[in-house]
Ligand binder design. Structure first.
Ligand code: LIP
Length: 259
C-alpha cells in the first residue's frame, strides 16, 4: 500500500472517531452554547477537544508529518502537513443542528493530496486521494453537468471577515443571473456538495485554509472547477474561493471576480 493510501485509511478512521466525539459533545437545540472568538465567530468545547484528539493521534501515527489546526495554529512542520478543522459549521453545531463536519486535509507542500470530511449527524463521509477520485460513503462522486445559471443552485458562504455590502452584492448578481441562492454555515460541506453534484457552485469572499484543505482535494478529484486558492500567505491569511460545475466557470468567475 502506498504512503498516501495508508494515510487516507488512517484519516477516514480518525475522522470517524472525531465525528463521534463531536456528536457526544454536541450542545442541545437552543441558544448557542459557545464562546465568541469574534463577531459571529463561535468556539465550542468540542472544537478544542476534537482538535487535540486528532493532533495527538496523527502525531503518533505519522510523527514526521506536519500539523495545522484552526484552534492551535501551525503546531508541527513537515513536507506532508495535515490541515484540520475540528468542527466546521460551528455556528450550527453550537445550537444542536446537524450541518457540521470534521475536516482533515493533507498537503504535500502546497498541493492538497488527501481530503476527508465526516458529517456525523448526516451519516456522510467524503474522501479523496490525489489521482484516485472522490467518494461519498464509498460511492464515486462528480461535479454537476449544469450549464445554465438559470437552472443552478449556488451557496454563498458568509462571515463578518468581509463587509456585508460585498456579500450582498455577490448574492444580488447570482440571483440576477437566475440562480437559486442558499447559505449553509459550513464552507467545507458546501464545497463537498459541489463535488457531489448536489449544488452547482460555492463561493465565499474570505475563507480559511483549514475550512477548505480537505474539500480542495475532493473537488479536484470530482472534476469541479476551483479557483486558485493556495497563494503563499494562505496558511494564515485565507483567501476568497469559488468552486463550481465546470461549465459554470466563466459566468461564476465574472459574477464573483474570483479567479
Ligand atoms: C466557518 C466556515 C464558513 C464561514 C464561517 C466559519 P467554522 O468555519 O465553514 O464558510 O463562513 O465564518 O469560518 O468557524 O465553523 O470552522
Amino acid at each position: 500500500m502506498t504512503a498516501l493510501a495508508a494515510r487516507l485509511d488512517t484519516a477516514i478512521a480518525l475522522a470517524a472517531q472525531a465525528g463521534q466525539m463531536a456528536l457526544r459533545m454536541r450542545p442541545p437545540p437552543g441558544a448557542a452554547v459557545a464562546t465568541l472568538k469574534g463577531a459571529q465567530d463561535w468556539l465550542t468545547e468540542a472544537d478544542g477537544a476534537v482538535e487535540n484528539f486528532l493532533s495527538d493521534a496523527l502525531a503518533a501515527a505519522y510523527p514526521q508529518d506536519g500539523f495545522q489546526g484552526e484552534e492551535t495554529g501551525k503546531g508541527r512542520a513537515g513536507a506532508l502537513r495535515w490541515v484540520v478543522d475540528p468542527i466546521d459549521g460551528t455556528a450550527n453545531y453550537a445550537r444542536g443542528a446537524t450541518r457540521f463536519c470534521v475536516s482533515l486535509g493533507l498537503l504535500d507542500e502546497a498541493t492538497p493530496v488527501l481530503g476527508v470530511i465526516v458529517a456525523p449527524a448526516l451519516g456522510e463521509t467524503f474522501a479523496a486521494r490525489h489521482g484516485k477520485g472522490a467518494t461519498l460513503n464509498g460511492t464515486k462522486i462528480q461535479a454537476a453537468a449544469t450549464t445554465d445559471l438559470a437552472r443552478a443552485q449556488v451557496e454563498v458562504g458568509w462571515s463578518l471577515r468581509r463587509p456585508n455590502a460585498d456579500f450582498q452584492s455577490v448574492c444580488n448578481k447570482i440571483q440576477a443571473a437566475g440562480a437559486a441562492l442558499r447559505m449553509g454555515g459550513s464552507g467545507a460541506l458546501g464545497l463537498a456538495d459541489v463535488a457531489a453534484g448536489r449544488i452547482d457552485a460555492y463561493t465565499e469572499l474570505h475563507i480559511n485554509l483549514w475550512d477548505v484543505a480537505a474539500a480542495l482535494c475532493i473537488l479536484a478529484e470530482a472534476g469541479a472547477y476551483t479557483s486558485a486558492f493556495m497563494h503563499p500567505a494562505v496558511d494564515t491569511q485565507g483567501a476568497p474561493i469559488l468552486a463550481c460545475a465546470p461549465a459554470l466557470k466563466d459566468p461564476m468567475r465574472q459574477i464573483t471576480q474570483i479567479a
